[in-house]
Design a protein around this ligand. Structure first.
Ligand code: TRP
Ligand code: ZN
Length: 878
């Protein structure tokens, strides 16, 4: 590896800075290649700092211009500029003002961290360590300062000038073509929450009044011409604000709340104080270009960033090890919001699918890390499914254990106690302990131990004694740097389902604590006895997926099919269907004929037609486990080709068997007109499009015709893209014309063309890789735009298991090539793509060797690697 090995940062080595920064006045004079930043900071030694201790600030790719202390220019002997530091050798012993001038080139900033340009507009991204690319500073979350920002730019190029906090002043700069604006944010904040936007943007506005009567101006800024596509985001914002008042008692705290949508962005969005900046994918929607999933994504991400105002901004993190303190908690809050706005069980199933498909594989492979890591080399690589999704599950388990009231008391105490703090996970846990008297010390292991616990349950019913016994054990496999683990507290929501489908009563329980319908498992192994159980029950365990564990139980195939049709918990009905299908698919992939196929298909047909059930739920039950789900369940010696074939075979079998019934159901499910993105209408479309998938996969001429008609008659993107998927992936006559028609229709809408890229990149035919390479030359594609790269290349490496894992290693080689290519411009994006290797060790030997070779090609590359890419490569190969 050409790059120097980065020094690991350790949680155990945390120390506060020797100096505090109380206020910062920033002055920006914006120009594409020559932006001047003057940062004036009021600095004072912290208690205990000995006089003259050097002040060492962070910097990254900055051009230093000058510095002064208390108005006096510094001589060269007074400071030192390193590759990543500015050192003031002997600071005054009393509070002082440090002024530093730096020069930047936003135009040349391709990393999309710090100050950069997107479609000609200026914007910033500072989390986690981007502020140091703007000026020398204590770029860490435990240094909280009050920011005032003056922005000056050309009036014509940048009519809009936005900063954090409230606007205080604006006007023309005499004798120039420039104007300026001053923003002041009264809430002390860490540097990562700083933001600035300047450009030529359109906007939509609303007025909001908080529960206590405070008026707030809401604005969403977009590129001109997109104003009409921001209404749903605004609607989502207003609903989020109301919900946080009602459910968490949290109000907004500034006079304005601004959102800006930009088209070049590394992640989903960013919660900068009073000035959220979004990937435009999570703002822009209209029926013709956005799917129901897009509408839902917008609602979720707008809510997420808004909720950060309390969980992240008012209470921030002491250090980046505590990232889940804001991210896990805020994901939990946005999940709760969506559950309240839509169907709770449907939302839960969707969230668990994400958890299992992204977090479980991460936790089972070389990139596994605790929800609160204790060491990192590159913090950008820790914005992971583990920190976000598993982090959210941990908060959810706290709620399950403490109950609704206990949870709210703990949250209230946390807000009360830590408002204005840079806090830790210990602070968070302590708030729940102090509010409820519960001892959460064993629970805290969830934050420090990585890996997914495997819960095994064996049951026995004793007729004569009327007892139902569960032998429960837990085991967590070794993960990087963690060979053995202590047992977790696992809250298992459960029911003992009787033959009529309702939960049986029991007299008492021995061997475990039960709270309501939650069993608290705490030991490596324990025997739990339910007394007074009148008939042999089927145990429905982990209802609502009450803990992020895998479950192995002795529930038989017949019992699973029974739960699938009768469990009172919709989540477990869905889970039972998944469990049965996974089991069958594994057998099929190993070349054997599974038992129960026809009964499973019958049960699927019954759920599909059950009008008493939510249509979105029925659609979810129609989805077979993904190829990734099956690979994960196998865990080792994975042959993606065999898995692909098994899944394809079962899908076709369902399609053939249920064709007539699905066809009439398809005709019967008519979503309401005109188009509305609400959950019920979206559910109807989801069910109809799932049925369409089967009809098209049946190989029957009628199915093909329905798919063509569906495409032609679609009046919204959900239907159009679902049909295009079928046409292309099933190679139905007319698919090429459909691809052309789609591209023509949407050529002016990059976010819609992204879907066109995804359809082609996820096609499983053998020439897909060639097609992907060709499409990188398409005029709509750009290597510098993360959304384009994720849609074409990302969809191929992460969403096309069959072709990415081609037996000749071509997919792996392509990933190493493009990783190196992207790394030169945008290391964060390159490292994301590289995550597709996270399960390489679970592959069968031939592919494993090819994947390893491709990874080694990266580490042996001539070009210097970014810390981001070298960190992932090293950990994958470790
Ligand atoms: N804090 C952002 C969130 O809400 C995450 C984020 C946005 C981010 N942009 C980033 C993280 C860039 C790292 C780098 O989840
Ligand atoms: Zn977040």
């Amino acid at each position: 590896m050409r790059s120097e090995t980065a020094v690991p940062v350790k949680l155990s080595e945390y120390t506060p800075t020797p100096y505090a920064i109380k206020t910062v006045d920033l002055d920006f004079n914006l120009a594409p290649d020559n932006t001047i930043v003057v940062a004036r900071s009021a600095i004072e030694p912290r208690e205990g700092t000995s006089a003259g201790t050097p002040l060492v600030l962070n910097g990254d790719e900055l051009t230093f211009v000058s510095a002064s202390v208390n108005g006096e220019a510094l001589g060269e002997e007074a400071y030192a500029i390193g590759e990543t530091t500015f050192t003031l050798k002997t600071p005054p012993a009393e509070p002082f003002t440090l002024e530093i001038t730096t020069k930047l080139s936003p135009q040349a900033n391709t990393k999309l961290m710090g100050l950069y340009r997107s479609s000609g507009n200026y914007c910033t991204q500072c989390e986690a360590e981007g502020f140091r690319r703007i000026t020398y500073f204590y770029d860490r979350p435990d240094v909280l300062a009050v920011y005032t920002t003056r922005i000056e730019a050309n009036k014509l190029d940048c009519p809009v000038l936005l900063g954090n906090g409230n606007p205080v002043e604006s006007g023309d700069v005499e004798g120039t073509d420039n104007h300026y604006a001053v923003w002041h944010d009264p809430h002390p904040k860490p540097a990562y929450l700083f933001a600035l936007v300047a450009g030529n943007l359109g906007s939509i506005s609303e007025k909001y009044t908080t529960a206590s009567g405070k008026p707030v101006d809401l604005n969403i800024y977009v590129e001109h011409g997109n104003e009409d596509r921001a209404d749903w985001a605004m609607d989502s914002l207003i609903r989020s604000m109301r919900w946080d008042e009602k459910v968490f008692g949290r109000e907004y705290d500034l006079d304005v709340f601004n959102i800006v949508a930009v088209s070049d962005f590394n992640m989903g969005a960013m919660e900068n104080k009073g000035l959220n900046i979004f990937n435009d994918k999570y703002i822009l929607a209209d029926p013709d270009t956005a799917t129901d999933a897009d509408y839902e994504g917008i609602e979720t991400v707008v809510a997420h960033e808004y909720f950060h105002n309390w969980t992240g901004n008012r209470i921030t993190c002491r250090d980046w090890f505590q990232l889940c303190l804001k991210e896990g908690l805020t994901v939990f809050r946005d999940h709760e919001f969506s559950s309240d706005e839509r169907s709770r069980p449907v939302k839960r199933i969707a969230d668990v699918r994400v958890l299992k498909s992204h977090q479980f594989p991460e936790d089972a492979g070389p990139l596994a890390h605790p929800v609160r890591p204790d060491v990192y080399k590159e913090i950008s690589n820790f914005y992971t499914a583990t920190v976000y999704e598993k982090g959210s599950e941990l908060v959810s388990m706290i709620k399950t254990i403490l109950g609704e009231d206990g949870f709210r008391k703990g949250m209230d105490l946390y807000f009360d106690r830590h408002d204005g703090d840079a806090a830790t996970i210990e602070d968070f846990i302590k708030s729940f302990e102090d509010a409820t008297g519960e001892d959460l010390s064993q629970f805290a292991l969830w934050y420090s131990q990585s890996g997914t616990p495997e819960l095994t349950v064996a049951t026995h019913y004793d007729d004569a004694a009327q007892t139902f016994t569960m032998e429960v054990s837990q085991k967590t496999r070794p993960t990087p740097n963690q060979d053995s683990k202590k047992p977790f507290v696992i809250p298992v929501r459960f029911g003992l389902v009787g033959s009529d489908g309702s939960d049986l009563a029991y007299a008492k329980v021995e061997g475990a604590e039960v709270r309501g319908n939650v069993l608290l498992i705490k030991e490596d192994a324990q025997t739990i006895v339910f007394h007074g159980v009148s008939e042999k029950p089927v145990a429905s365990l982990l209802r609502e997926f009450s803990a992020p564990v895998t479950l192995k139980s002795d529930v038989t195939l017949d019992e699973q099919l029974f739960l699938m049709g009768s469990d009172s918990d919709p989540f477990n009905r869905w889970q039972a269907a998944q469990t049965v299908a996974t089991h069958m698919l594994i057998q099929m992939s190993e070349g054997s004929e599974p038992e129960g196929t026809s009964r499973f298909i019958a049960a699927i047909g019954k759920i599909a037609e059950d009008d008493a059930l939510d249509m979105a739920f029925r659609a979810l039950c129609l989805q077979l486990p993904t190829e990734g789900d099956i690979a994960r369940e196998l865990g080792s010696n994975v042959d993606p080709e065999a898995i692909y074939k098994a899944r394809r075979t079962l899908r076709q079998k369902i399609a053939e068997t249920l064709f007539d019934r699905f066809q009439s159901l398809y005709a019967r499910v008519e979503p309401a007109k005109p188009f509305s993105p609400d959950a019920a209408s979206a559910g109807a479309r989801a069910l109809r499009n799932s049925l369409l998938g089967y009809l098209a996969a049946s190989g029957k001429a009628d199915g093909a015709q329905i798919a063509r008609d569906h495409f032609e008659s679609a009046d919204n993107m959900s239907d159009r893209i679902a049909a295009l998927n079928c046409l292309v992936h099933e190679r139905i006559d007319g698919y090429q014309q459909a691809l052309v028609a789609f591209c023509d229709r949407h050529q002016k809408t990059p976010l819609a063309i992204d879907k066109w890229f995804v359809v082609q990149a996820t096609d499983t035919s053998s020439d897909t890789l060639e097609r992907v390479k060709e499409l990188t030359n398409h005029p709509a594609f750009s290597w510098s735009n993360p959304n384009r790269v994720r849609s074409l290349v990302g969809a191929f490496v992460a969403g096309n298991q069959r072709c990415f894992n081609a037996a000749d290693g071509s997919g792996y080689n392509y990933l190493s090539e493009i990783t190196l290519k992207i790394d030169r411009a945008n290391p964060q994006l390159a490292a994301r793509m590289l995550n597709a290797f996270r399960s390489w060790r679970a592959l069968e030997p031939t592919r494993r060797a090819l994947a390893e070779e491709a990874l080694r090609k990266i580490s042996a590359a001539e070009q210097p690697l970014s810390p981001d890419v070298s960190d992932i490569t090293e950990r994958c190969l470790q």
